[in-house]
Design a protein around this ligand. Structure first.
Ligand code: HPA
Ligand code: MG
Length: 235
């Protein structure tokens, strides 16, 4: 075929890669998992390598979208604790874009906030937010909020409202995961998303269950027995 000289256009999807309900994850014995959680996990839903590839794609898309008309720093807001690995890998991959590209760049500054709402595998209706007090510098800045998972969407909807009070110029949200809830209740759609998953409670890659399982590389589905073993009593 004659070479027309036309380059194929590289398009990267900002919408999530959808994991169907029929996929229940990969068997554990194909992966190197820590011994201390071996009996508590059901399967590997998203292997570490796949997470990394998808984050690299999102970083490239974010770089291309946000460097336009943005000579000033993009404020990247890490939502701790669950978002720390996604945040760290996403920033690293945007930095790689900055190093590779000689035609354009995206300067960033990094901020951190901590939220807490989950007890056991249920969202409590109390959202604690720590670190909002020193964010006056957000005024007129472009903000990218980086979150691990959007489930009901209530945390992110509340957080966004809190950030709006500081009058940033723009707010965008990147979430590694959104959950396709059985009750279909989700009140927030992120601008950038890695994966949409079926309605399972997942752990690993910094996502926890009562502070356990953050120290697993892959995103895994928790077993019913794991849910029981690490349950805390709510007073
Ligand atoms: N796992 C961990 N944390 C979460 C989840 C989940 O499935 N949903 C909301 N927060
Ligand atoms: Mg989170």
């Amino acid at each position: 075929m004659a070479d027309t000289g036309e380059r194929p256009k590289k398009t990267i999807e900002a919408e999530p890669l959808i994991i169907p309900d029929s996929f229940e994850g990969y068997p554990l014995n194909y992966f190197n998992l820590p011994l201390h959680y071996r009996n508590d996990l059901k399967s590997v839903l998203i292997p570490y390598g796949v997470i990394q590839d998808r984050i690299e794609a999102l970083a490239s898309r974010i770089f291309d979208d946000l460097r336009i008309g943005m000579p000033e720093q993009l404020v990247c807001m890490c939502v701790l604790k669950g978002g720390y690995r996604f945040f760290s890998d996403l920033i690293l991959k945007i930095q790689n874009e900055n190093r590779r590209r000689s035609d354009r760049s995206l300067p960033m500054s990094l901020e951190f906030i901590r939220t807490r709402s989950y007890v056991n595998d249920q969202s409590s209706n109390r959202l604690e937010i720590i670190g909002l007090s020193d964010l006056k510098t957000l005024k007129n800045k472009n903000l990218l909020i980086v979150e691990d998972i959007i489930d009901r969407g209530v945390t992110m909807a509340t957080l966004k409202k809190e950030f709006e009070k500081f009058e940033p110029k723009t707010i965008r949200v990147a979430s590694l995961i959104t959950k396709r809830r059985k009750d279909k209740v989700c009140v927030f759609k992120p601008d950038y998303c890695g994966f949409e998953i079926p309605d399972h409670f997942i752990v690993g890659y910094a996502l926890d269950y009562n502070e356990y399982f953050r120290d697993v590389e892959h995103i895994c589905i928790l077993k019913e027995s794991g849910i029981t073993k690490y349950k805390v009593l709510i007073s």
